[in-house]
Each structure stands twice: as C-alpha cells, then as structure tokens.
Design a protein around this ligand. Structure first.
Ligand code: DAH
Length: 335
C-alpha cells in the first residue's frame, strides 16, 4: 500500500480546523490517533511495505502522529476561546429564552388579600413575635391556669426561661391573639389593627391539621364600640372576600378573651350550600383590658381571629391542608 502523505497532512489540518466542540474533537482524535485510527493503520502497513520504503513510511507516520497530537492539544484550547463552527452559526435574531419567574405562594396571596380588605376599612397591619410569653399567650387573654390549651400537648414550650416571669418558659404562640396584648400595651385607643402570622400547635398532621399554620387577628378598641359594629364589619369583610351574595350568621360561642363571643358561619353560591365556620370573634373581655393596663370601664373593643389555611381551602375548594406545604409546583402553579 502506498500513502499520499501530502494529501493526508492537508486533510488532517482541515479536519482539525473544522472541530467546533469537545465531541467533534474526540471524533477527530479517534479518527487519527485511535487504536483503529489512520496512523495505526499506516504503522501496520509497514510489515508488508517494500524494504526501501519502510524508513520513509515510518518517518512520515511519526511526523503525522506528532502533528495530530499537537493539533488535538491546540483545538482543545481553541474550543474554549474561539467560536467554533457551530457557535458561529448562532442566530442572534432568534427570540430569547425568558427566565422562569416565580410567584407568591397562595397563602401569602390570601394573607395579602385579607389584610388589604381590612386596610381599606381603616385598619393597620402589625406583626408580633412567634416566640411568646405564657403571660401574653394565655394569662393576659384571661385563659385560666388550668385551661387545657396551656397543656404541653396543646402548646409547644421551649426550654428557654422567660426572664419576665418567675418560673415560666417561653413558648411558640398557639394563636395570634397575644398580638392584641402587645398592641394594647404599646398604644392607647382608638386603635384598629390586624395581625397576620404563623402559629404552632402540636397536632398530628392530617388533611385538616398541621403543627404550623397561619392566623389573622383583628382588634379594634375605642369608646362605645358595640357588637353591631363587629357584625357590620365582618359582614362587609366577608362580602369583599367571598362575593356580594354571601350569607353570614353569628353562632354563640365561648372564648375566654371575649364576652360575648361568637363563631361566624358563611354560606355562598359559589361554594357548598351548607354553613361553614370561618372565624371566632367577640367583644374584648374587660379582664383583657385590665391585663393590658387600660383604665377600667373606659373603652370597649371588638376582636376576631381567623385561620388563613381554612379560609383559603374554603375559597378555592382545596381538600387537604398538606398541599400548602409540600411545594409541589403542579399545585402551586394553579394559583
Ligand atoms: N384565638 C382564637 C383561636 O385560636 C381565635 C379567636 C377567637 C380570636 C375569637 C379572637 C376572637 O380574637 O375574638 O382559636
């Protein structure tokens, strides 16, 4: 077999110049330097070559090997910095790929929607800490010492001592109502606030329970606040959130921090027909004013508290509370 080494060298250079990606470079290497590559083939042909040709073919094969090895190295550098053929063919007029933009979590959307409604009604938005004192979470809300909600099974206690108390530990608030106490300790009436935030209870997780969920607390204190104000306010709120056709009713209930107290049920066209409980409310108990340090008999107030998850589940027909926390985009992207 005779070889046209001039031609082979030229093709080698052209092939090297056309290499535009690591993949193509590997193909190039295999073609010339691989075990079954061209250069090995030339070496193999030495066995049958005429005697006088052997030194020439051997030298040419060595030269080719050096060249090919050097070209592989050179192109390896080149692919990184110089645009290869494929990159040169990039079409800059093609539309770009837009970055994926996230959006607010459905619970955040609901919290903002509810807070916006109350802001429109003259309330301001406040937040309180998630780690609370036993005093704010229970005592100042007129929840008696032996009330079951104080039990370790119903409240998460920390092992951090409460420096404002003789023998109590700090706890994770089990509702947003302690926010009422903080506001009243810092401000004198008239005041109207809503307090959104996370609350914690050691509940076993199932379709309607979670150890962490969100509440929104409302508090309005002034002179001569009446139960009719509470009813009118909550009716206006429900109409804004669920639509004008909504029906609402107050069912007598008991909460230690309000007197009288009620639970609010609604029924609306878009939803199910039956009455659904959406929140607790009432007139601030005089004991609570006393704990907050307000003068006796001077003020009256209304308060309410609602669960954000529950409200959102009712509004959008979501069957399982766990969906909110699993971060499954197939759920989250629907809202
Ligand atoms: N804190 C109550 C709970 O977690 C909810 C509540 C009921 C808040 C009545 C209030 C209220 O402010 O007046 O179950």
């Amino acid at each position: 077999m005779s070889w046209d080494f001039q031609q082979i060298k030229q093709t080698l250079r052209e092939d090297a110049a056309a290499v535009a990606s690591p993949r193509e470079l590997e193909d190039f290497r295999i073609k010339y330097l691989g075990r079954k590559g061209l250069i090995q083939e030339i070496y193999a042909s030495l066995a049958d070559a005429p005697k006088d040709q052997k030194p020439i073919i051997g030298k040419e094969a060595n030269d080719l090997k050096k060249m090919a090895t050097a070209l592989v190295e050179e192109r390896k550098q080149g692919i990184g910095s110089q645009p290869g053929k494929a990159q040169r063919q990039l079409d800059p007029t093609l539309p770009g790929v837009a970055p994926r933009v996230g959006h607010k979590h459905l619970l955040t959307q609901t919290i903002e929607e509810i807070c916006d409604i109350f802001e429109g009604l003259g309330f301001s938005i406040q937040e309180g800490p998630e780690v609370e004192t036993e005093f704010n979470n229970f005592t100042a809300l007129n929840i008696p010492e032996d009330h079951p909600s104080r039990d370790g099974f119903d409240t998460f206690y920390t092992n951090v001592k409460d420096r404002t108390s003789k023998d109590a530990n700090l706890l994770l608030r089990s509702h947003t109502s302690p926010g009422q106490i903080r506001i009243m300790q810092e401000h004198t009436p008239p005041l109207a606030v809503v307090i959104p935030g996370k609350v914690y209870r050691p509940d076993a997780v199932d379709a309607s329970h979670s150890f962490m969920f969100h509440q929104i607390e409302g508090l309005l204190v002034d002179k001569d606040v009446k139960f009719s104000h509470l009813k009118g306010l909550l009716h206006a709120f429900c109409k804004k959130l669920f639509g004008p056709d909504i029906k609402m009713r107050f069912r007598p209930h008991f909460f230690p921090f309000t007197e009288p107290s009620a639970e609010v049920d609604i029924s609306w066209k878009g939803g199910k027909k039956e009455w659904l409980e959406i929140m607790g409310c009432g007139m601030v108990h005089p004991k609570v004013f006393e704990y907050a340090g307000y003068p006796k008999g001077k003020y009256t107030g209304l308060a309410f508290g609602l669960g954000v998850e529950r409200m959102t589940m009712l509004k959008y027909g979501i069957p399982d509370i766990r969906l909110f926390y699993e971060n499954d985009l197939r759920f989250l992207e629907q809202f």
